[in-house]
Design a protein around this ligand. Sequence first.
Ligand SMILES: Cc1cc2nc3c(=O)[nH]c(=O)nc-3n(C[C@H](O)[C@H](O)[C@H](O)COP(=O)(O)O)c2cc1C
Length: 214
Amino acid sequence: MTDLAAAAGSGADPVEQGINLPAPSMAGAKSLEDALAHRRSVREFAPGALTLAEVSQLMWAAQGVTAPERRTAPSAGATYPLEVYLVVGKIEGLGAGVYRYLPLPHRLEALADGDIRVPLAIAAVDQQWMSQAAMVVVFAAMFERTTVRYGQRAERYVHMETGHAAQNLLLQAAALGLGATPAGAFNDAEVSRLLHLPVGEVPLYFIPVGRASR
Ligand SMILES: Cc1cc2nc3c(=O)[nH]c(=O)nc-3n(C[C@H](O)[C@H](O)[C@H](O)COP(=O)(O)O)c2cc1C
């Protein structure tokens, strides 16, 4: 694995620095109605790790490719401004570190080694419960992809789209019996620094995910 800043700057080949996710299931045990009825914000987590199959399902729900140049979540003008980062603590078969989801190959690109859940929770106005989640999913956006087509109005479109993708992930977590909570309270500059976000990318939404403690 390389340092994220180096990887971002070098255009390093993600095929050599990541992991293929297993194919997502298209037939879950729970109905959509069941997931809607039982989704709840969960901030207490059991210590168990997530499986790669669960991570695959969550990433697919958030931004998976379902048709040529189309994804699970709608996008204004199909401009797809979102980037999904995983701040990993405890996932079977995956070292602690920072990863980025690549929708088309359904892969995780490894960006940096090391567990940064605690500093990330501190950057989120010290919401310490986040550091107990197996992983924290961070939605970020490259606004330029959408502003180039829609100008000023793109700002609201990107926020709307983030909500779509986040809700997909939250419902998938509920369907898998996992605990998750959306979180918008964090220091943008500090999160950008911790994740070494490229210039022009803005962090918008966190979703810590873990095994529900009850
Ligand atoms: C835009 C948004 C931002 C939120 N930010 C936080 C947050 O920073 N920390 C937190 O613990 N919960 C956060 N929440 C979760 C809400 O507190 C939670 O959804 C609300 O209490 C309703 O509970 P429920 O999700 O179980 O239905 C946020 C929710 C939304 C929609």
